[in-house]
Design a binder for this molecule. Structure first.
Ligand code: GUN
Ligand code: FE
Length: 451
């Protein structure tokens, strides 16, 4: 039969699927059938009543279908567009200073310890497991300046089956902490070694990302070199921008020739359609236009913005400028590694803006759900592979049980799937996430990787 697809079906699931599309923030597919092929890609999405037809077309046995229980649904895995894996050990502490002092007092001394690969392995294993368990199927990580420890983070993400962008951090100026510095030349050479060695591993879901820490940590010369490396190798780029007013002032002093903070990165070819910049609280409309024109995206990190008293990003304004936007936990400036927390803090921030200005167009939970999933994948330019349940994309998904034993939700007053989603987003935790899939593979509960 020439109509018969060549794909081989590995798994078929039946039940409620909730995801976002470009036009609909929350689309609900009730009693749907979703088939995953042996490559981990979504082979079909149909209706439950089409089971016989689909099983014939795709050649699977109806008895092999996994049926979700009542109060269970699938949603896309969440995308953390900005997280410092190297800061996970002190998450939940040290939030009593503004950004620049916080970096010198807490962050740089801890990051300097990643020269020690045993320490790195311990922290990176914990952060990958914690984020996966909390439903982060894709993470965009900052590591430290240490190439070998950064490679280890890539290996650990690969071993546990998480999709990840991993960056070796670059910083060649303004660091008062001993043993946590590199010269411009070291930074450039080690970035090239990091990229080459990580690509050489051929991990299917882990990619390198060029990572100047932020403009105050880098000379113009280094920024220019990193822009060139990213361009020549078609790589992702990540950094921080306009997070805190002192930082914005410092950038003006360090780069007097640049018109704006955004202009500094733009000048060194660091704003591309594969760039994600964290924070952006103080960007002008003109700077947002430059993001839009270059295709660069923003990572909204609301827990960190509040915890370090940095500022409040007006997401509505970012969306109105049609800038790609995702959510980030920004551990450890943000104290929680869970994307559910990022969802809640994003809603809180928008509501505080509405308290301050009743004309502010408050974000809906549906919109924030999209930011945590499809929005994040777009912000990382991975939306051709992940972000929602479209045929041809990888099956990155969370199986959510709204009434899972031990989880913090016990009473269901309304069974409407959209209400169940809202309950989970506002009240749920990792105990509600009973299974996690990345590229079709069941990665939670864990199977510990073998050495
Ligand atoms: N800006 C430069 N480095 C950092 C960092 O580690 N965390 C945060 N939140 N902002 C930064
Ligand atoms: Fe950060």
């Amino acid at each position: 039969n020439s109509d018969r697809p060549t794909t081989v079906i590995a798994d078929v699931y039946r039940g409620t699927f909730i995801h976002s599309t470009q036009t609909t923030a929350v689309q609900i597919l009730e009693d749907a059938l979703l088939g995953v092929d042996t490559q981990g890609k979504i082979a079909f999405i149909g209706k439950g009543k089409e089971l016989d037809k689909l099983s014939q077309t795709f050649g699977f046995s109806p008895s092999a279908v996994t049926q979700l229980k009542q109060y269970e649904f699938f949603m896309p895995g969440m995308v953390d567009t900005h997280i410092h894996a190297s800061q996970y050990s002190y998450a939940g502490t040290a939030l009593d200073m503004p950004l620049l002092q916080w970096l010198n007092t807490y962050t740089f001394p801890v990051e300097s310890r990643f020269k020690d690969l045993e320490f790195a392995k311990r922290v990176y294993t914990h952060v990958v497991k914690r984020t996966l368990r909390n439903g982060t199927t894709t993470a965009c990580y900052f590591a430290t300046i240490h190439t070998d420890a950064s490679l280890l983070l890539g290996q650990i993400a690969n071993d546990f089956g998480q999709r990840a962008l991993v960056g070796k951090v670059c910083m060649d100026r303004n660091n008062s902490v001993k043993h946590y510095k590199e010269t411009s030349q070291e930074s450039q050479e080690e970035t090239c070694r990091f990229i080459a060695e990580l690509l050489n591993k051929k991990y299917p879901l882990v990619k390198p990302v060029v990572t100047p820490r932020f403009a105050p940590s880098c000379t113009g010369a280094l920024l220019g070199q990193l822009g060139a490396i990213a361009k020549n190798n078609h790589l992702h780029i990540q950094s921080h921008i306009s997070e805190n007013t002192e930082e914005v002032k410092l950038v003006k002093e360090l780069f007097p020739e640049s018109e704006s903070y955004t202009d500094v990165y733009h000048k060194y070819n660091l704003l591309t359609d594969k760039t994600v910049m964290a924070h952006g609280c103080y960007l002008s409309d003109k700077e947002l236009d430059l993001f839009r024109e270059t295709g660069a995206s923003l990572s909204h990190c609301p827990n960190s913005n509040i915890s370090l008293c940095s500022g409040m990003l007006n997401i509505r304004n970012v969306l109105n400028h049609k800038v790609k936007l995702g959510l980030g936990t920004d551990v450890a400036g943000g104290y929680s590694a869970s994307m559910l927390d990022a969802v809640r803090r994003a809603l809180d921030t928008s509501k505080v803006l509405t308290i301050q200005d009743p004309d502010h167009d408050t974000l809906t939970f549906e919109e924030v759900f999209r930011l945590a999933t499809l929005g994040g994948s777009q912000a990382l330019s991975l939306d051709d592979q992940t972000g929602n349940f479209e045929v041809g994309k990888d099956f990155d998904a969370l199986r959510v049980d709204v009434v899972a034993p031990g989880a913090p939700i016990d009473l269901i007053q309304n069974e409407d799937p959209k209400i169940l989603l809202e309950k989970f987003l506002n009240l749920g935790d990792d105990r509600n996430i009973v299974e996690v899939f990345v590229a079709g593979r069941n990665v939670v509960p864990f199977t510990e990787p073998t050495d």
